[in-house]
Design a protein around this ligand. Structure first.
Ligand SMILES: Cc1cc2nc3c(=O)[nH]c(=O)nc-3n(C[C@H](O)[C@H](O)[C@H](O)COP(=O)(O)OP(=O)(O)OC[C@H]3O[C@@H](n4cnc5c(N)ncnc54)[C@H](O)[C@@H]3O)c2cc1C
Length: 292
C-alpha cells in the first residue's frame, strides 16, 4: 500500500520544527531516518497530514563529550554512533547494542532519536537508554524539559512526548570508574530482526574484583524496556559469579509480566529474560575484570 497524501516541510532549524509542531499538533509527525515511520504510513497505521523533516538541521546531528556525559543530537545517525571510537570507549554499550539494530542499510538512515521516540519495547536503543539512565531533552516552542528514560517510555510505542514537542538531545552518563565492562545480547528469529528478548548490563569493579557499581535490564519482556536499579545494588561488594548473576536475574525476571504473541509465549520470554540477564551480567563483570 501507499501512504495517504500529506504535506511536507523541510525544517531549517529546531525553532521551525517547534513552530510547525505547535501549529499542526497531532496532525504532524517529525520524520528523521524514516525507517519506522515510512513503513507505518505505507501500512496506514499512521496517517499524519504533515511531515516535518529534520534531516537538514545540523544542530540535531552531533556527538559531544562533557565530563560525566555524552550528548548526542536526536538526528544523529545510528551508523555515526556505532563507528565513533571515542564514544565506544566511553559508552561501549551503545556500539554493542547497535550491532543488533536492523542492518547496515537501516543504520545508515535510522537515527538515535527516531528509535527512542518509536519506543518499540524490543528495540535495542531504548533498552540502553533505560540501563544507562539516559536523560532525554525535549524541546517545544514554549521551552525545554529533560526527562529520565524511565519517565520517557510510557508503554509499547508510547512516550511522554507531547504533540508540540520534539526530541532534541540524548544525554548518556559516562562512568568515571577505571575498570568498567558492559555487555548486550539478544535472541531474535533472524539477525537484524527485532529482538524477542534482549538484555544489557554494565558493571564497574575495584582492583580486588568486587563490584562497585552495576546496572542491567531487559527488553521485549514488558511494555517498555526496563532496568532494575534496586536489584543491581545487590551486586555491589560481591564478585559476580554465575550463581550470583543468576539469582539477581531470576528476581528481575520474576518481576516481569511478559505477553504471549506469535513469536514467543510469556513463559518462554521470562525464561529468555533470566538466561540473557545472567549472561550479560557475567560478561560485563568478566570484561570489567580484564581492564588493566
Ligand atoms: C528492515 C528493518 C529492520 C529493523 N530492525 C530493527 C531492529 O532490529 N531494532 C530496532 O531498534 N529498530 C529496527 N528497525 C527500525 C530502525 O531502527 C529505525 O531507524 C528506528 O526505529 C527509527 O529511527 P528513524 O530515524 O528511522 O525514525 P523515523 O522512522 O523517521 O521516526 C520514527 C518515529 O519517531 C518520531 N521521531 C523521529 N525523530 C524524532 C524527533 N527528533 N523528535 C520527535 N519525534 C521524532 C517520528 O515522528 C516517528 O513517530 C528496523 C527497520 C527496518 C526497516
Amino acid at each position: 500500500m501507499k501512504s495517504p497524501a500529506f504535506e511536507y516541510a523541510r525544517a531549517a532549524s529546531i525553532e521551525e520544527v517547534c513552530a510547525l509542531l505547535s501549529q499542526h499538533g497531532d496532525a504532524a509527525k517529525v520524520i528523521a531516518g524514516g525507517q519506522s515511520l515510512v513503513p507505518m504510513m505505507a501500512f496506514r497505521l499512521l496517517r499524519p497530514s504533515w511531515l516535518i523533516d529534520i534531516n537538514e538541521i545540523a544542530a540535531l546531528k552531533f556527538v559531544a563529550f562533557e565530563t560525566d556525559t555524552v550528548r548526542m543530537g536526536a538526528c544523529t545517525r545510528q551508523c555515526v554512533i556505532e563507528r565513533d571510537g571515542a564514544l565506544a570507549s566511553k559508552v561501549p554499550l551503545l556500539r554493542q547494542a547497535l550491532a543488533f539494530v536492523g542492518h547496515v542499510q537501516t543504520r545508515n538512515r535510522g537515527t538515535a532519536g527516531g528509535s527512542l521516540v518509536h519506543a518499540d519495547p524490543s528495540a535495542e536503543l531504548p533498552l540502553v537508554a533505560q540501563v544507562l539512565e539516559a536523560r532525554l531533552v525535549l524541546r517545544a516552542a514554549s521551552g525545554r524539559r529533560a526527562l529520565p528514560a524511565a519517565a520517557f517510555f510510557a508503554g509499547p510505542m508510547m512516550t511522554s512526548l507531547r504533540t508540540d514537542e520534539c526530541l532534541e538531545e540524548i544525554h548518556c552518563p559516562v562512568w568515571r570508574e577505571r575498570r568498567i565492562g558492559s555487555a548486550f545480547t539478544e535472541i531474535s528469529r533472524r539477525h537484524g530482526d527485532f529482538a524477542i528478548v534482549a538484555a544489557a548490563a554494565q558493571i564497574a569493579v575495584d582492583d580486588d574484583g568486587h563490584c562497585t557499581r552495576a546496572t542491567f535490564g531487559v527488553g521485549g519482556a514488558s511494555p517498555t524496556p526496563i532496568a532494575f536499579p534496586g536489584l543491581a545494588r545487590h551486586l555491589v561488594g560481591h564478585r559476580v559469579d554465575q550463581a550470583k548473576a543468576r539469582a539477581v536475574a531470576q528476581d528481575a525476571a520474576a518481576a516481569l509480566e511478559p505477553d504471549s504473541d506469535i513469536h514467543a509465549s510469556a513463559a518462554y520470554r521470562r525464561h529468555l529474560a533470566t538466561v540473557l540477564m545472567t549472561r550479560v551480567l557475567q560478561q560485563a563483570y568478566d570484561a570489567a575484570r580484564t581492564v588493566q
